[in-house]
Design a protein around this ligand. Structure first.
Ligand code: ATP
Ligand code: MG
Length: 439
């Protein structure tokens, strides 16, 4: 019989790599906690209509990329392609709004999009994201951007740039849409097929076409920033000023758009030059219309999502993270010794030590080799004679020094052991290098 393989576009994250994921998660969680963001967990599948209404039928995500199926009750279900729609659905359904309240939420988890798999692009991928609901203040835009940059900085990532734009409000966009259609129409025949289709319906989306000829044409298009009304311009200028005040560098990119009606004002991406074609690690912006669009009270909101696979690719280029070192490796042989070893390992764990028990039952020589490879600081040895005497042989693996200790004493000498482990560990070559381990 053939073996069964993982589905195209999905990946197993094996234990060595999980260390990176845990570092990223712990770093982000700490920074988000410190900024009073609270985690929310919403279901991985939702009614298809949520995404059709929440993301928009004209987008690639809804038009081409969704995992949609009928369940056994014939309901149309979709595996979430992103996190915002579910969070906003929950915000409305569970009435998380309240007069003057600002909800600061974050989430993480798998997302699903039917795309062509390649480096940094999968069909099941992971995001961590934030949503601030209930504030229209440009300080909220800058707060979320600052948090994203703080996460990247804490992980030691450099060579990232922040692209910034404003898509104004719906009146600004109506005004700009006409200007853009006038500019693009003479080039219509030269645009890529998707863009030709979008010319009347959603011309702003043409600005982020990946087609080279379309990009050339669009490079000289009028900038939306020239068509913002006074209120939109004031919002954007303030956001830019606040970023400057925080020493967060950015560059204006008038072709950065989120082409839906309820996206408003600030739009941004954080981009790396070290990722090849899939260069955007974080995308976000303001979406003052979405809560209302999904049946809630008019509520300004802003957020972002970081693509974790891309972030981890960057981290792997930078650091060599290894699993945290083990305190003890326990080897034993003989029925009585094996049973004592099991209890000893458990007792040490209860005292806060990390302990791996060799279960192989093989000769001591083989067990010692595994002890050396385990990365443990010390090895505890129980043979028949130790078992009979109720002692244990403690061997410091870096130096080979040994001592025999009564089993009862081992249990009571936790603080002394901790001290010795510390000393011997600093003698060993460092197993965890990099600044990321200290964040
Ligand atoms: P792209 O232009 O790369 O398709 P997007 O605009 O579709 O990105 P968003 O919906 O803004 O992406 O999602 C935020 C982030 O999630 C992206 O910047 C990226 O890092 C990550 N991401 C999006 N789609 C995928 C995918 N299929 N595989 C891996 N990561 C992804
Ligand atoms: Mg995409």
């Amino acid at each position: 019989m053939g073996t069964i393989q993982a589905i195209r576009g999905t990946r197993d994250i094996l234990p060595e790599e999980v260390t990176y994921w845990q570092t990223v998660e712990a770093t982000a969680r700490q920074i988000l906690n410190d900024a009073a963001y609270r985690e929310i967990r919403t279901p991985i599948f939702e009614q298809t209509e949520l995404f059709e209404r929440g993301i928009g039928e004209a987008t690639d995500v809804v038009g081409k990329e969704m995992y949609t199926f009928a369940d056994r009750g014939d309901r149309s279900i979709t595996l979430r392609p992103e996190g915002t729609a579910g969070v906003v659905r929950s915000f409305v359904e569970r009435k998380l709004f309240g007069a003057g309240n600002v909800q600061r939420l974050w989430y993480t988890g798998p997302m699903f999009r039917y795309e062509r798999p390649q480096a940094g692009r999968q069909r099941q991928f992971h995001q961590i994201g934030v949503e601030v609901l209930g504030s229209g203040d440009p300080r909220a835009d800058v707060e979320v951007i600052a948090i994203a940059t703080d996460i990247f900085r804490a992980l030691g990532l450099q060579n990232l740039r922040l692209d910034l734009n404003s898509v104004g409000n719906s009146e600004d966009r109506d005004r700009y849409r006409r200007v853009l259609i006038d500019y693009l129409t003479p080039y219509k025949a030269e645009l890529d097929a998707d863009s030709q289709e979008r010319l009347d319906r959603n011309p702003l989306r043409i600005l982020d076409s990946k087609d080279p000829r379309t990009q050339e044409i669009v490079a000289d298009a009028p900038s939306i920033l020239e068509y913002l009304g006074d209120a939109s311009k004031a919002h954007f200028d303030r956001a830019c000023q606040l970023l400057t005040d925080l020493d967060i560098p950015y560059q204006l990119n008038p072709r950065l758009v989120r082409g839906l009606d309820y996206y408003t004002h600030t739009a941004f991406e954080i981009i790396s030059d070290d990722l090849g074609a899939q260069a955007t690690v974080c995308g976000g912006g303001r979406y003052d219309g979405l809560v209302e669009q999904l049946g809630g009270p008019s509520t300004p909101a802003v957020g972002w999502a970081i693509g974790l696979e891309r972030l981890i690719l960057l981290l792997q280029q930078l650091h060599d993270l290894q699993t945290p070192p083990l305190d003890f490796y326990v080897v034993s042989r003989g029925t009585l010794a094996e049973s004592q070893a099991l209890g000893l390992a458990r007792g040490l764990r209860h005292n806060g030590f990390s302990v791996e028990l060799d279960l192989s039952g093989s000769a001591f020589g083989k067990q010692f080799k595994r002890a050396d490879r385990s990365g443990a600081v010390a090895c505890l040895v129980l043979g028949e004679s130790e078992a009979a005497a109720e002692t244990v042989n403690l061997k410091w693996l870096a130096t080979g020094e040994q001592e025999t200790i009564a089993q009862v004493d081992l249990r009571s000498m936790a603080s002394q052991l901790r001290h010795q482990l510390q000393k011997h560990r600093s003698d060993q070559s460092p197993t965890v290098k990099s600044s990321a381990s200290s964040v």
